[in-house]
Design a protein around this ligand. Structure first.
Ligand code: GAP
Length: 419
């Protein structure tokens, strides 16, 4: 089947409603009407987010001997963003509709008709709008006290390149990984957790010799595809798309995006960029510090090139949720929602379900629950019929249900495990 014929597994409305109903994701500040571009992860959401981060860290840091991790501060010296090019070029073109006052990204409009009010020819000329969020450090709120909430975690890695290289004595090629919050004042945050103003990013800056960079760019794309496959993402819904020259970020000489078939259609899930020596060169120039690597083979100092796989945790969670979503009709003709999540990603690993809320069954079931939850995120549920409780666990992707019945307590101490 071609990419164009494939259909998303479900629509966004259905996923948003499941996420709210089951406690995956809530609107930020909902009781005050919400805050655009910000979302809160609920009890199941935070488990899933932590599982995704753990799976990413494990594959990219723990299991490799050429990547180490850091956790840099969100607030950085303002010169970082001047040197990185973000002050001057991290902008999107913005237009306003003179009729309804709606604000849009000019590059996302396909005609001069306003998508909100339908009026033609009412847009202002495009103006460049910088996406960095600013705040002030200290009590005086002036230009000198202005700092930015980082729009990417990558710069915390570049400015620590020398610290990490000298303390770990890693030889090229090696990478530095980081997971952390990033902020972007997106003009049109939308599509649930797909495009938000506050998000978590998982990024690797992989430093290498210039002559190895093209090969390593390819290898990282293959590595990232293997990671998605390992955690169960359907490969026909994942594709790689190379950026056109006019789409490339200011720092990149080549980028390919992994796109996933989200409920809104094909959209960027992860970027794998070739950043060349742009960042280290820029920081060396602005800081006056030589950010080079002594290449013993050549007997000279070189500026490493960088390959950067970067993805948002929320976007990854949306992909896993959409990918695992299925609706089925059960024996009674009732609709049942199933999330077929990989066990490592599923928020709850085991549910303990006594056949009924009965005083003979409860002590044994509660004892099993107490023992299991030392090892796994476990839920205990004895409310309503056993069929309903299975359905509740199916809907949140729980891989194992342990059922305690009368035979368990009266005869064999054996439980039924449903996968
Ligand atoms: N350091 C490179 C970098 O930041 P990017 O393509 O701008 O590159 C990397 O962002 C990834 O971060 C994207 O592929 C996407 O998964 C996620 N991302 C970017 N902007 C986002 C936003 N506004 N909301 C949610 N996720 C976002």
């Amino acid at each position: 089947m071609s990419d164009e014929e494939l259909q998303p597994t479900t629509d966004m409305e259905t996923l948003v409603s499941l996420c709210k109903r089951r406690g995956f994701v809530f609107q930020s500040s909902e009781i005050y009407g919400g805050l655009q571009g910000a979302w809160d992860y609920g009890p199941l959401g935070v488990e899933m987010v932590n599982n995704i981060k753990r799976a990413w860290w494990r594959a990219n840091v723990q299991e490799r001997d050429d990547v180490v991790g850091i956790d840099a501060a969100i607030l950085m010296h303002p010169m970082v963003w001047k040197a990185s090019g973000h002050v001057d070029t991290f902008s999107d073109p913005m237009v306003d509709c003179r009729n309804c006052k709606g604000r849009f990204r000019a590059d996302e409009l396909s005609s001069d008709v306003c998508p909100t009010c339908g009026q033609k020819g009412q847009f202002t000329e495009p103006r460049m709008f910088n996406l960095m969020l600013r705040t002030f450090l200290g009590p005086v709120q002036d230009e000198a006290a202005t700092v930015y909430l980082r729009p990417e975690t990558a710069q915390g890695i570049f400015v620590n390149f020398e610290n990490v290289q000298t303390t770990t004595r890693k030889k090229l090629p090696f990478g530095i990984a980081q997971i952390g919050k990033a902020f972007r004042n997106e003009i049109t945050p939308r599509n649930f957790i797909f495009r938000v103003r506050e998000f978590e990013a998982m990024e690797i800056e992989y430093f290498c010799r210039p002559e190895d960079s093209l090969r390593l760019h390819q290898e990282w794309m293959e590595e990232r595809r293997r990671w998605y496959a390992r955690f169960g993402l359907r490969m026909d819904r994942l594709r790689l798309r190379a950026h056109r020259q006019d789409e490339l970020s200011h720092y990149s000489s080549a980028t390919s995006d992994f796109e996933y078939l989200f409920p809104i259609g094909w959209g960027e899930l992860e970027g794998v960029a070739h950043r060349g020596d742009f960042d280290l060169t820029q920081h060396a120039k602005h800081s006056g510090k030589a950010l080079t690597y002594f290449d013993e083979e050549r007997g000279e100092h070189i500026v490493p090139h960088v390959i950067e796989p970067a993805l948002g945790v929320g976007r990854c969670m949306l992909a896993f949720l959409a990918d695992s979503y299925a609706e089925e009709i059960d024996e009674k003709g009732e609709k049942r929602v199933v999330l077929r999540l990989h066990p490592a990603i599923a928020p709850i690993k085991v549910a303990v379900l006594p056949l009924s809320r009965n005083e003979k069954l409860s002590p044994t079931a509660r004892d099993i629950y107490a023992r299991l939850r030392k090892h796994w995120m476990t839920q205990y549920d004895d409310a309503q019929s056993i069929g309903r409780r299975y359905r509740r666990q199916d809907e949140i992707g729980t891989p194992l249900c342990v059922t305690v019945d009368f035979q368990t307590v009266e005869e064999d101490q054996a439980v039924t495990i449903r996968e």
